[in-house]
Ligand binder design. Structure first.
Ligand code: SAH
Length: 394
């Protein structure tokens, strides 16, 4: 296969020699051939030295690296990469087991496939492309998924309308690449979830909170729990299984609340401990009393870009300040940020300011992050995005 060639400016090969998987457009000296967006290209440094091969795109990240060795990006390539990722999930005890079939199979750079996310829900793979190259490769990826997962795979839903670069004008439509079931009951750590990948947020479920939900279960016994930003109820069911006395789930999306109620019925039919409210977080927090002694705050990303970082930090401070003010003495707060642009230090500073404002004694019990099926490529620290603190509030 003859791929177009990208030549880098002098000294711009450093990051690739350290296996960082992106080439920025400013690093490019010249291009041989006429690559179209989404094409596979080869990248060369000084003295025509081969560096890597990847997907070309117009924009600030010009190439997303697929391999640092000469390689054909063919059926074997996709099958090998997906097999490596699947074997890791099996090793982690997330795939091929009875009490869990919900996990992230491909986490972009973390699985050496920049621009690709695949989440598994029982027999369904939900595929999300974040780059034009992955969009064009979607059918090859689907074939590779079938080869690796075999009969256990019955549906592949492609959901990239919202994640592909708008300017590329691909006219991509969400839909099935394989199968066509509209819903599946997913199992996470023995709990059942109805996942609506077609209309739900992201790929349908927030797989990344699995271990943090498990930790919450251990703290739940006898507590009055508020699960704020509950989405489809993830944390609530772990709290119920852990023996919480009451569990209130709040989200501004009525659709999310209706799925939460459905999920309660799946796991704890008729259980009077749970109530769900479709309401804005700040409104609910302002008017609620001080009866909760276990509060979860898992808001959506407050900052999607660096230029709104200050506002985002204010948002985290304000939100956490109300929780510190209202949580019962001896209460436990699980607080999160999933904004990639908010660093661990900045998030902790925002929570620290909120704690100081309340004047209460606060101790950090756990520092949380994303689970092992959302691995961080050591050469791509930008892949670390989920931050959480578990706090004891006297
Ligand atoms: N904790 C969830 C994931 C939360 S995602 C889980 O474990 O699955 C963030 C959620 O915040 C979304 O469901 C979104 O609908 C909700 N949300 C966004 N803005 C909100 C607001 N102002 N008030 C309440 N909920 C909000």
């Amino acid at each position: 296969m003859n791929y177009c060639k990208i030549f880098l400016k002098p000294k711009k090969e450093e990051s690739l020699l350290r296996f960082h998987p992106w080439v920025f457009s400013g690093a490019i000296q010249s291009i041989e051939g006429n690559p179209e967006e989404g094409d596979v290209v080869e990248v060369y440094g000084a003295n025509q030295r081969f560096l890597a091969i990847g997907h070309y795109q117009i924009g600030s990240i010009a190439v997303r690296i697929l391999s640092f060795k000469q390689a054909a990006i063919d059926a074997d390539f996709w099958t090998n990469r997906i097999r490596i990722a699947y074997d890791l999930r099996r090793e982690l005890g997330l795939a091929g087991v009875e009490n869990n079939n919900t996990y992230r199979l491909i986490h972009g750079e973390g699985d050496n496939l920049p621009g690709l996310v695949i989440d598994m829900y029982a027999h369904t793979a939900v595929m999300q492309a974040h780059s034009v190259g992955m969009h064009y490769a979607r059918h090859n990826i689907a074939e590779a998924l079938k080869t690796v997962l075999g009969d256990s795979l019955q549906n592949i839903y492609y959901k990239s309308e919202a994640t592909l670069p708008y300017k590329a004008n691909l006219g991509s439509e969400d839909g099935y690449l394989y199968g066509g079931e509209v819903e599946d009951i997913a199992i996470e750590n023995g709990l059942k979830f109805c996942v609506d990948w077609q209309k739900g947020q992201k790929t349908g479920f927030f797989v990344d909170q699995r271990e943090n939900r498990s930790l919450l279960e251990k703290y739940a016994k006898g507590h009055s729990v508020l699960n704020m930003f509950c989405y489809t109820g993830g944390f609530s069911f772990y709290a119920m299984r852990g023996g919480a006395e009451i569990v209130h789930s709040v989200d501004s999306s009525a659709k999310a609340i209706s799925l939460t109620n459905k999920n309660v019925e799946l796991n704890f039919p008729g259980d009077p401990r749970h109530k769900a409210f479709a309401e804005d977080a700040f409104k609910y927090l302002e008017k609620m009393g001080s009866n909760y002694d276990l509060i979860i705050l898992d808001p959506p990303a407050f900052a999607k870009h660096k230029n709104v970082l200050r506002n985002a930090l204010q948002g985290y401070r304000k939100l956490n300040a109300i929780a510190f003010e209202k949580i019962k003495p001896g209460g436990i707060l699980f607080t999160f940020s999933c904004s990639q642009v908010v660093s661990k230090e900045n998030f902790r500073l925002a929570v620290f300011s909120a704690a100081a404002q309340s004047g209460r004694s606060v101790r950090i019990l756990h520092q949380l992050t994303q689970p092992a099926d959302h691995p961080v490529n050591i050469y791509h620290p930008e892949g670390e995005y989920l931050k959480g603190l578990v706090l004891y509030v006297e």
